[in-house]
Each structure stands twice: as C-alpha cells, then as structure tokens.
Write a protein that binds this ligand. Structure first.
Ligand code: P1T
Length: 387
C-alpha cells in the first residue's frame, strides 16, 4: 500500500461495534471485563485505548515500522526513549536540536547520571570520535531545528553499528512523507506529532516507532509506567490530521522553496538555510535522503536583532508563534522563543544568533505569502537605513 492509502486506511477499519466509518473517540478510562481475567485487549486507557491504537498502527505504518507508540507530547516520546538508558550511560547528540530537547537532556536527565556530548553531526567523523565505551545512543534531528542542517542517516547508522550503539532520529521536521529513517538504518524514530503530523496547530502529541520488538516492549513498558499518554480526543485529532499529511506536505514544500529562493536574492538577508537551495552545504544529501525539502526556512537578517524584530512585527500572514508544521504560516525568533533554554554562549557558537528568524511556511497561496514577506522586509530595510 502507498503512503496516501495507508494514511487513510491502516488501523482505521469500520468500528466493530457500530460500523462507524471513522474511528470513534473512545472517551473512556476503563473497560468492563467479560469475566475475571477476560477482556478484549483493553482494560485501562493509560495502558491501551482503541482510538490511540488506531493512531499508533497508522503512524507506525507510515514510518514503515511494525511498532509505534503515541505519547502526550514530543518531549514525552523523547523522555520515554531516553529511559532505555541507565545511570552511567552516555549519548552523542547532534548539536542543533530543539531547545526543549537540550533542556530535557542537560537539565533533567543529566541529574540522573546520563551524560551527553554535543557534536556537529554533519561531519560523521565528529560522531565517531565522540563515542565512548559507555555510549549507548546516538541522537540526531535532520533537518535540524532551527538551522536546517542535514545529517546523513545511513552514515550515522553505520557509525552506530560499528560501535554497537542505538541510533534514534527525531523526524519531526521532515515527517514520514519526506523521510523514513528506519529504511536508512536507524533503530528508532521519534516525532513531535504536534507539528506536520497533526498539522493544524490544535493538538500536542509525540510518537515513537521501531522495528525492534525488544525496544518496542521496553518503551511500551515506559509508556504505561510513566503514563505520558495522549487522551482519546488528542489521538483522534492527530489521526485526522494524518489523512491529509501527503497533500499538505506537497504544498508546504512548494511554498517553502519559493520563499527560500526569494529570500536568498534579497539584499536585507545575510544567509538563508533551506535544504532545497543548491547553496545549502548538504543539498546533495537532501536530494538522496529526502523526498522533498520540507516546509521550514530559516534566515539571518543583516543588522541582527532590530531588523529581525521589525520583520517579525510587520508580517501579517506569518504569526509570531512557537511551533511549526500547521497549515498556517508562522515565524519564530529562536533566541527568545524555542531555543531560549540553551545558554547564550553555546547557542551563539552553534549559529543561533539574534538575527535568526525561522519560518514555518504554511499551505496558504504562495503569492500571498511572498507579498507578505516582501512588505515586511521592505519595512526592515527602511529601519536599518535610518539607523
Ligand atoms: O512540543 P512537543 O510536542 O513536546 O515536541 C518537542 C519537539 C521535539 N522535536 C522537535 C524537532 C521539535 O521541534 C519539538 C518542538 N518544537 C517546537 C515547539 C518549536 O517551535 O520548535
């Protein structure tokens, strides 16, 4: 079955009780058992819920995985995955990640005796050299948040295999429509389903998928033991979003590419980060590894914070807001928003500077989005000239 068909049918047969065509919201915490020790596979909704199961089966199929687990947020999925490790274990992490991932690793999990090395994983040698005898996991985003660097998943998988460690890829920015890391040798794929998968900025969620029955059973045990599960309505909204993921991603990609090219030619812009631009350092890898270049574009304004602020303030169709991947366009100032949890020196050394803006390009009409950016950039230029 192809992606678009799986998105609509896997895990979503007619409801066995009523014939409802759409999976119902099983808004129940518990299930009446037929006899002592006899039930239909559902006994308590933290452990399992039919609406959540439909989501898990469908999304796992899109990642070409036999096993998937849904969580209450992307951070919860990350946390449940990291709990595969124990005190004394070490993780090599790509240095450009969501600020909340950095915060979870360094401010929470580090207190439980797990240590982290942050490396520029665009160079696989950096990852290889950072592996220690106690390393258990390599963790990477690709494309990364917010600088849209690409990491070679197949290459990382080779490094992981050589050292006998696990490889987990946070696939949030690409979505399974554009990239399936398990096909390239990753052991684990994690998502914030809050983004492209949900797709409408109306629900928070996370996901874990794997081909390993053993990893699945352990993380399922964590899901039940720690309990960060999505409610039935959240699972339902996410599942509804998935049905149009392919259509939305095609429009996100088309709009983002136009915008990236426009920004690359604009005199007020110092740098544009978009994997679809020929000037992107990993453009060839993007062509190999992804089935499209995605809907995220980041750029640095000439003149730093003030012009960036003026652009964010002047945009009318791009709301200044955290998050990404919804149908509506958003802009984000990572330094004060999504990456505020990363200490200034570390953030700046990695290229997350005051003049950086990140666009989540929506599925509105591309001409309207370009016109909006054009007027906002013109205002920023006037401001820069006046200073
Ligand atoms: O917000 P939550 O659903 O818990 O997902 C966390 C997360 C995990 N991984 C990546 C790559 C992410 O971008 C995020 C969340 N990111 C934002 C809220 C943001 O605006 O970048």
């Amino acid at each position: 079955m192809k992606f678009e068909t799986k998105a609509i049918h896997v895990g979503q047969g007619a409801d066995p009780t009523t014939g409802a065509t759409i999976v119902p919201v099983y808004q129940t915490s518990t299930y009446t058992q037929e006899d002592v020790g006899v039930h239909k596979g559902f006994d308590y909704s933290r452990t399992a819920n039919p609406t959540r199961k439909a989501l898990e089966d469908c999304l796992a199929s899109l990642e070409n995985a036999p096993y998937g687990l849904a969580f209450a947020s992307g951070v919860a999925a990350t946390d449940a995955t990291l709990k595969l490790l124990s005190a004394g274990d070490h993780v090599v992490v790509s240095d450009d990640v969501y600020g909340g991932t950095y915060r979870l690793f360094e401010r929470v999990l580090a207190r439980y005796g797990i240590s982290f090395n942050w490396v520029d994983a665009t160079d696989l040698g950096n990852v290889d050299r950072a592996i220690q005898p106690n390393t258990k996991l390599i963790w990477s985003e690709t494309p990364t948040n917010p600088l849209l660097k690409l990491v070679d998943i197949a290459g990382l998988a080779e490094v992981a295999r050589k050292h006998g460690v696990l490889l987990a890829i946070d696939n949030t920015f690409a979505s399974p429509y554009l990239q399936t890391p398990l096909d390239l040798g990753a052991d684990i794929v994690v998502h914030s389903t809050t983004k492209y998968i949900g797709g409408h900025s109306d629900v928070v969620g996370g996901f874990f998928a794997t081909r390993s029955e053993e990893l699945y059973q352990t993380v399922k045990f964590h899901q039940n033991s720690m309990g960060a599960v999505p409610g039935p309505m959240d699972a339902w909204l996410t599942l509804r979003g998935i049905k149009t993921l392919a259509l939305r991603m095609r429009q996100h990609c088309a709009n983002a590419e136009r915008i990236a090219r426009f920004l690359a030619d604009h005199p007020a812009i110092e740098a544009v980060y978009y994997p679809g631009l020929e000037s992107h350092p990993q453009h060839e890898l993007a062509k190999r590894q992804m089935r499209g270049f995605g809907g995220m574009v980041s750029f640095v304004t000439k003149g730093g914070l003030e012009p960036a602020r003026a652009i964010a303030r002047s945009l009318k169709l791009f709301s200044l807001a955290e998050s990404l991947g919804g149908v509506e366009s958003l802009t984000c100032h990572p330094v004060t928003m999504t990456h505020g949890a990363i200490p200034k020196e570390i953030r700046e050394a990695r290229g997350v500077t005051d003049g950086l803006l990140r666009l989540s390009v929506g599925i509105e009409d591309g001409d309207d989005l370009l016109a909006d950016l054009e007027q906002a950039l013109a205002k920023a230029q006037i401001l820069t000239a006046a200073r």
